[in-house]
Write a protein that binds this ligand. Structure first.
Ligand code: WTA
Length: 647
C-alpha cells in the first residue's frame, strides 16, 4: 500500500462526486424520491423506454409468489431492442464492438453489421430446426460470434445456455443434459496466454454423452486441427454464408424465457438459473444507463467479464446493446504478451468506463503502479467493481492509480439470480465510500435481517434479503421449481434470501460480508464446497474430503481441501503425488477454476457428535489462526491434531 493510500484510508473519507462529473450527468437528481414514492410506476416508465411489439397493461403480477410475472401481457423482442431499433434510429454505423484477439488481430463491428450477422444466424438456427423454447448450449471464447449466437437465440425465442469456456467436458455434459440442448455452438479453439487452447475436443467429449444434441456448429477461430463428426458437425462460416441477411423479429410474450445460466449452489449439482425477457431487459438497460452514467454516443464501455458469466450476459450483451453502447471486447488474458495489456487496450481504444472484478485489481496492485503508469489512461471517467467484496485498499488503489485520483468508482452488488445490479452507488449522486456497495438501486427493496426476519440494528451483521420482487429476478431453476422455493424463499417465506451476509453502517450504507452458505467465491467465480467434495470422493484414492474457502490475498477466497486417503493407496504413491493427482482430478472433473490451491492429507476430520463436518474449524486451520469453539466436536482433540500436523 502506498503512503498516500494509507492517508486516504485512515481518514475514513467519503468521496463526493467530482463537480464536473455531477454537472455532465444526465441521471435525474430526483431518481430516489420518485422510485420510493412509486417503485412500480418507475419500473414501468423504464420498460416503456424499450420497444414493445405489443404494449403491456399490467406491471407486476405477484399473485403466485415466488413466481413473478412482469409486464406479462406485453410482447417484446430482445434482439430488436438491442439492434434493429438503433439501426432504424439512424445509428447503424455506430460501432457496437471493437474486438481485439489475444494475438493482436482486430475487428470492428457496427450495429448495422451486427444486425445483419444476427439475422443470418437466426435464419441458420431456423434452418437447423431450432424453434421457440428450444435450448441451445454455447461454449465459446470472447469473440463476436459468441454475442451473435446469443442474440440469434433470443431473436427467435430459443433459450441459450452459455457455459464458461473454462469448464470441463464433464461440467459441460451435465449442463447440456440438464437443459436437453438440441444444438451446441462452439469454436475450434481460442488464444490463451499466447497459446491455442482447443475447445472443440472438450465439446466432442461432452457430446458423446448428450443424447439431445443433434448438431454442433463450429466457429473457426484458432485454426487448430480438430476431429470432425460428419453429419453432426457444421462449420459456422460455411453454413451462415448462404443465409439471408434479413430476418423479421417478432414479439414474444414478456415472460418468454431468455436464458438458463448454471451457477453453483450448496449442493453438488449446479442450478440452472432461468431468466425471462421483458423485466430482465428493463432492469439491465436501466441499471447500465444509470450506474455507469452512460452516454451512448461518446462512451467506450469495457466490461472485462467473460460472456460465460452473468456479468457478461447483462453488461456485455443485453444491457449495453439495449442502450446502443460502443464496447471493447477482448479475447485474452491481462498479462499476454505483457503485464500492461489491459492498460494498453484502454489507451488504444480510449475506453471511458471500465467494469472489472476486485481480484483483477488486487493482481495489478501486486504487480505495481509502474505498469499502468506507462500508459495514457486519461480517457477513463468511471470505474466499476463486481463479483466479490472490494477491500478499501484495493478500492483506493483503483481510484488513485487507474482513475488518476478523481474517477468515481461504483461497487455493484448483485448475483446470477438477481440478473442485474441491485445495490450500488450512482456516481453522479452518491458520496462514495471505499469498501461499501452502499445503496439499493432506485426501485429495489433491500434489507438486512436476523434469522427471524427482523431488521438488524446498524453495524450488526445479518442476512441480505430483497423484500419485494424486482424486474430481472430469476423466474426459477430450470426443471426444479421446488428447489427454487426451497433455496431462496423457504428461509423467510415472503422475502428473497440472497445467501450473503451484510450490515448497514451508521449512514445506512450496505456492506457485504461474504457468503453465509457453502458457496465459495474464488476470483469472483462461484463454486460449491459440496461439488468439489463430491468430485474428490469420486476419486479412487479418497475416503473422505472436506472443502473450505480460505481467504486469499489475490483471489479473495481459495479452495482448500482436507482429504483422508483410503489406506491401500497410501502405500503405493507418495503424498506429493497423491496431492498432484487429486488437484488434476478436480480440474478435469469441474474445470481448472475449481482446482484446489491446497490439499492437506489428514487422518481424520473434525466432526460433531451427529457426524457433521465442522468446516468452520478447518477454515481456522487453513487460515492459520486460533481454532474457534470446539465444544460441539465429538473428539475435541481431532482438530488440534490436524492443526499440529499442518501449521
Ligand atoms: C458476491 C456476480 C460483495 C456475492 C454478479 C454474491 C459481491 C455473489 C459483489 C454472486 C459485491 C457479487 N460486493 N460481494 N459488489 N458482487 N458479490 O452469481 O457473494 O457470480 O452472492 O454474480 O458474488 O456471484 P454471481
Amino acid at each position: 500500500m502506498s503512503e498516500n493510500i494509507e492517508v486516504l484510508y485512515s481518514e475514513n473519507r467519503k468521496f463526493p462526486p467530482p463537480e464536473d462529473f455531477a454537472a455532465q450527468s444526465k441521471v435525474p437528481k430526483d431518481i430516489y424520491e420518485k422510485a420510493t414514492a412509486n417503485p412500480l410506476e418507475c419500473w414501468a416508465n423504464e420498460a416503456r423506454k424499450l420497444h414493445w411489439h405489443k404494449p403491456f397493461t399490467e406491471i407486476l403480477d405477484w399473485s403466485n409468489p415466488p413466481f413473478a410475472r412482469w409486464f406479462h401481457d406485453g410482447e417484446i423482442n430482445v434482439t430488436y431492442n438491442c439492434l434493429d431499433r438503433h439501426v432504424i434510429a439512424g445509428n447503424g454505423d455506430r460501432v457496437a464492438f471493437y474486438w481485439e484477439g489475444e494475438p493482436g488481430d482486430t475487428r470492428t463491428v457496427t450495429y448495422k453489421e451486427l444486425l445483419s450477422e444476427v439475422s443470418q444466424a437466426s435464419n441458420l438456427l431456423i434452418s437447423l430446426g431450432v424453434t421457440e423454447g428450444d435450448r441451445v448450449a454455447i461454449y465459446m471464447p470472447a469473440i463476436p460470434e459468441a454475442v451473435v449466437a446469443m442474440l440469434a437465440c433470443a431473436r427467435i425465442g430459443a433459450i441459450h445456455s452459455v457455459v464458461f469456456g473454462g469448464f470441463s467436458a464433464e461440467s459441460l455434459k451435465s449442463r447440456i443434459n440438464d437443459a436437453e440442448a438440441k444444438l451446441v455452438i462452439t469454436a475450434d479453439g481460442t488464444y490463451r496466454k499466447g497459446k491455442v487452447l482447443p475447445l472443440k475436443p472438450i465439446v466432442d467429449e461432452a457430446v458423446a454423452q448428450t443424447p439431445s444434441v443433434e448438431k454442433v456448429l463450429v466457429v473457426r477461430r484458432a485454426g487448430n486441427d480438430i476431429d470432425w463428426a460428419a453429419g453432426r458437425d457444421l462449420w459456422w462460416h460455411e453454413e451462415i454464408s448462404s443465409m439471408d441477411t434479413t430476418h423479421t423479429a417478432k414479439g414474444f410474450p414478456a415472460e418468454q424465457p431468455l436464458y438458463i445460466l448454471y451457477t453453483s449452489g450448496t449442493t453438488g449439482t449446479p442450478k440452472g438459473i432461468l431468466h425471462s425477457t421483458g423485466g430482465y431487459l428493463t432492469q439491465v438497460s436501466t441499471t447500465h444507463r444509470t450506474v455507469f452514467d452512460l452516454k451512448p454516443d461518446s462512451d467506450i464501455f469495457w466490461c472485462t467479464a467473460d460472456i460465460g458469466w452473468v456479468t457478461g450476459h447483462s453488461y456485455v450483451v443485453y444491457g449495453p446493446l439495449a442502450n446502443g453502447t460502443t464496447q471493447l471486447l477482448y479475447e485474452g488474458t491481462p498479462d499476454t504478451p505483457h503485464q500492461g495489456r489491459w492498460w494498453e487496450l484502454i489507451e488504444k481504444y480510449g475506453v471511458t468506463i471500465l467494469y472489472t472484478a476486485p481480484t483483477a485489481i488486487r493482481t495489478f496492485m501486486k504487480l505495481g503502479r509502474q505498469i499502468p503508469a506507462q500508459f495514457d489512461l486519461s480517457s477513463l471517467r468511471l470505474l466499476g467493481s463486481v463479483g466479490e467484496p472490494i477491500n478499501p485498499e484495493a478500492w483506493l488503489w483503483y481510484r488513485e492509480v487507474i482513475g488518476a485520483g478523481k474517477t468515481p468508482i461504483v461497487d455493484t452488488w448483485w448475483q446470477t439470480e438477481t440478473g442485474a445490479i441491485m445495490v450500488s452507488p450512482i456516481p453522479a449522486l452518491t458520496d462514495a465510500k471505499p469498501g461499501s456497495a452502499q445503496i439499493p438501486f432506485p426501485g429495489i427493496s433491500i434489507d438486512v435481517v436476523d434469522e427471524s426476519g427482523s431488521t438488524v440494528g446498524k453495524n450488526q451483521g445479518g442476512l441480505l434479503v430483497a423484500r419485494e420482487p424486482w424486474p430481472s429476478m430469476l423466474r426459477g431453476i430450470w426443471g426444479n421449481p421446488e428447489r427454487f422455493k426451497e433455496t431462496y424463499w423457504s428461509m423467510f417465506g415472503d422475502k428473497y434470501f440472497a445467501g450473503d451476509g451484510a450490515k448497514f453502517d451508521e449512514d445506512g450504507d450496505i456492506w457485504l460480508l461474504g457468503r453465509v452458505d457453502d458457496v465459495l467465491n474464488v476470483s469472483g467465480h462461484r463454486l460449491s464446497t459440496t461439488e468439489i467434495e463430491s468430485s474428490l470422493v469420486a476419486h479412487d484414492f479418497v475416503a473422505e474430503a472436506a472443502v473450505v474457502g480460505a481467504s486469499d490475498e489475490t483471489t479473495g477466497q481459495a479452495v482448500v481441501a482436507f482429504v483422508i486417503l483410503k489406506s491401500r493407496h497410501e502405500q503405493k504413491i507418495s503424498e506429493a503425488e497423491s496431492v498432484h493427482e487429486l488437484k488434476a482430478h478436480v480440474a478435469k472433473q469441474i474445470g481448472s477454476l475449481a482446482r484446489p490451491r491446497d490439499i492437506h492429507l489428514v487422518d481424520e476430520l473434525p466432526k460433531t457428535r451427529s457426524g457433521k463436518i465442522m468446516r468452520r474449524l478447518l477454515r481456522d486451520v487453513a487460515e492459520k489462526r486460533a481454532i474457534g469453539d470446539t465444544t460441539t466436536l465429538a473428539d475435541a482433540d481431532a482438530i488440534k491434531r490436524i492443526d499440529e500436523k499442518l501449521n
